[in-house]
Design a protein around this ligand. Structure first.
Ligand SMILES: [Cu+2]
Length: 142
Protein backbone atom coordinates (compact mmCIF):
# COMPACT_ATOMS: atom_id res chain seq x y z
CA UNK A 1 0.00 0.00 0.00
CA UNK A 2 1.11 3.53 -0.81
CA UNK A 3 1.80 5.67 2.25
CA UNK A 4 -0.68 8.49 2.80
CA UNK A 5 1.10 11.88 2.84
CA UNK A 6 1.05 13.78 6.11
CA UNK A 7 -1.10 16.92 6.17
CA UNK A 8 0.76 20.21 5.73
CA UNK A 9 -1.05 21.77 8.68
CA UNK A 10 -3.03 20.57 11.66
CA UNK A 11 -6.77 21.17 11.81
CA UNK A 12 -7.75 24.54 13.26
CA UNK A 13 -9.38 24.31 16.65
CA UNK A 14 -11.94 26.91 17.66
CA UNK A 15 -10.85 29.14 20.53
CA UNK A 16 -13.20 28.47 23.43
CA UNK A 17 -13.67 31.07 26.13
CA UNK A 18 -14.57 30.35 29.74
CA UNK A 19 -16.96 33.32 29.46
CA UNK A 20 -19.16 31.15 27.22
CA UNK A 21 -19.35 28.39 29.81
CA UNK A 22 -22.77 27.74 31.30
CA UNK A 23 -21.58 25.48 34.09
CA UNK A 24 -18.49 25.41 36.30
CA UNK A 25 -17.75 22.21 38.18
CA UNK A 26 -15.24 21.74 40.96
CA UNK A 27 -13.83 18.24 41.20
CA UNK A 28 -11.48 17.10 43.94
CA UNK A 29 -9.24 14.06 44.01
CA UNK A 30 -8.32 12.55 47.37
CA UNK A 31 -6.81 9.36 48.75
CA UNK A 32 -7.14 7.26 51.88
CA UNK A 33 -4.00 5.19 51.73
CA UNK A 34 -4.77 3.30 54.96
CA UNK A 35 -8.08 2.09 53.52
CA UNK A 36 -6.72 1.81 49.98
CA UNK A 37 -9.57 3.96 48.66
CA UNK A 38 -9.49 6.76 46.09
CA UNK A 39 -12.17 9.45 45.89
CA UNK A 40 -13.65 12.00 43.51
CA UNK A 41 -15.50 14.72 45.43
CA UNK A 42 -15.26 12.53 48.52
CA UNK A 43 -17.06 9.57 46.92
CA UNK A 44 -16.04 6.24 45.47
CA UNK A 45 -17.52 5.07 42.17
CA UNK A 46 -21.12 3.87 42.02
CA UNK A 47 -22.42 2.97 38.56
CA UNK A 48 -26.03 3.59 39.74
CA UNK A 49 -25.26 7.19 40.69
CA UNK A 50 -25.03 10.12 38.26
CA UNK A 51 -22.42 12.55 39.54
CA UNK A 52 -22.89 15.30 36.96
CA UNK A 53 -25.72 16.12 34.56
CA UNK A 54 -24.89 18.18 31.50
CA UNK A 55 -26.66 19.46 28.39
CA UNK A 56 -25.75 18.68 24.79
CA UNK A 57 -23.93 21.63 23.23
CA UNK A 58 -23.04 23.34 26.50
CA UNK A 59 -19.55 24.51 27.23
CA UNK A 60 -18.48 23.63 30.78
CA UNK A 61 -15.50 24.60 32.90
CA UNK A 62 -14.13 21.74 34.99
CA UNK A 63 -11.80 22.77 37.78
CA UNK A 64 -9.85 19.72 38.89
CA UNK A 65 -8.00 19.86 42.19
CA UNK A 66 -5.68 17.08 43.23
CA UNK A 67 -5.62 17.33 47.02
CA UNK A 68 -3.72 14.05 47.31
CA UNK A 69 -0.05 13.18 47.42
CA UNK A 70 0.11 11.17 44.19
CA UNK A 71 -0.33 11.97 40.51
CA UNK A 72 -3.80 11.30 39.10
CA UNK A 73 -3.98 11.32 35.30
CA UNK A 74 -7.56 12.47 34.68
CA UNK A 75 -9.41 10.86 31.78
CA UNK A 76 -12.84 11.85 30.43
CA UNK A 77 -14.57 9.60 27.91
CA UNK A 78 -16.65 10.81 24.91
CA UNK A 79 -16.12 14.57 25.31
CA UNK A 80 -12.58 15.77 24.43
CA UNK A 81 -11.52 18.89 26.31
CA UNK A 82 -9.08 21.78 26.10
CA UNK A 83 -6.78 22.57 29.00
CA UNK A 84 -7.22 26.19 30.08
CA UNK A 85 -4.67 26.50 32.88
CA UNK A 86 -2.44 24.63 35.30
CA UNK A 87 -2.13 26.21 38.76
CA UNK A 88 -3.51 29.45 37.33
CA UNK A 89 -0.94 29.57 34.52
CA UNK A 90 -2.38 29.55 30.98
CA UNK A 91 -1.78 26.29 29.12
CA UNK A 92 0.84 26.94 26.39
CA UNK A 93 -1.04 25.51 23.39
CA UNK A 94 -4.54 24.68 22.17
CA UNK A 95 -5.37 21.01 21.71
CA UNK A 96 -8.17 18.53 22.20
CA UNK A 97 -7.22 16.02 24.86
CA UNK A 98 -8.78 13.13 26.69
CA UNK A 99 -6.19 12.82 29.46
CA UNK A 100 -4.44 15.43 31.57
CA UNK A 101 -2.13 14.59 34.43
CA UNK A 102 -2.84 16.14 37.82
CA UNK A 103 0.31 16.29 39.90
CA UNK A 104 -0.03 16.32 43.68
CA UNK A 105 -1.77 19.51 44.89
CA UNK A 106 -2.21 20.78 41.33
CA UNK A 107 -5.28 22.66 40.10
CA UNK A 108 -6.08 22.22 36.41
CA UNK A 109 -8.93 24.03 34.63
CA UNK A 110 -10.53 22.49 31.55
CA UNK A 111 -12.98 23.69 28.93
CA UNK A 112 -15.33 20.82 28.14
CA UNK A 113 -17.61 21.26 25.09
CA UNK A 114 -20.32 18.63 25.48
CA UNK A 115 -20.81 16.85 22.17
CA UNK A 116 -24.11 15.77 20.67
CA UNK A 117 -23.72 12.30 22.14
CA UNK A 118 -26.41 12.03 24.82
CA UNK A 119 -26.15 9.36 27.47
CA UNK A 120 -23.93 8.27 30.29
CA UNK A 121 -20.17 8.27 30.19
CA UNK A 122 -17.39 8.13 32.76
CA UNK A 123 -14.41 10.11 33.95
CA UNK A 124 -11.70 8.56 36.07
CA UNK A 125 -8.08 8.42 37.12
CA UNK A 126 -6.16 6.56 34.46
CA UNK A 127 -4.09 4.61 36.99
CA UNK A 128 -6.12 1.41 37.00
CA UNK A 129 -5.52 0.64 40.69
CA UNK A 130 -6.92 4.05 41.64
CA UNK A 131 -9.86 3.72 39.28
CA UNK A 132 -10.69 0.22 40.55
CA UNK A 133 -10.52 1.47 44.13
CA UNK A 134 -13.07 4.20 43.59
CA UNK A 135 -11.63 7.10 41.59
CA UNK A 136 -14.30 7.24 38.88
CA UNK A 137 -17.55 9.12 38.30
CA UNK A 138 -20.51 9.26 35.91
CA UNK A 139 -21.46 12.15 33.62
CA UNK A 140 -24.87 12.05 31.98
CA UNK A 141 -25.53 14.34 29.04
CA UNK A 142 -29.05 14.89 27.71
CU1 LIG B 1 -4.89 8.20 40.45
Amino acid sequence: PKPIPLPKALAKLPALSPNQARVTRRITFTEDMMAGRFFINGKTFDHRRVDFRGRVGDLEVWELENQGDMDHPFHLHTHPFQVLSVNGKAFPYRALKDVVNLKAKEVVRLLVPLRNLPGKTVFHCHIVEHEDRGMMGVLEVS
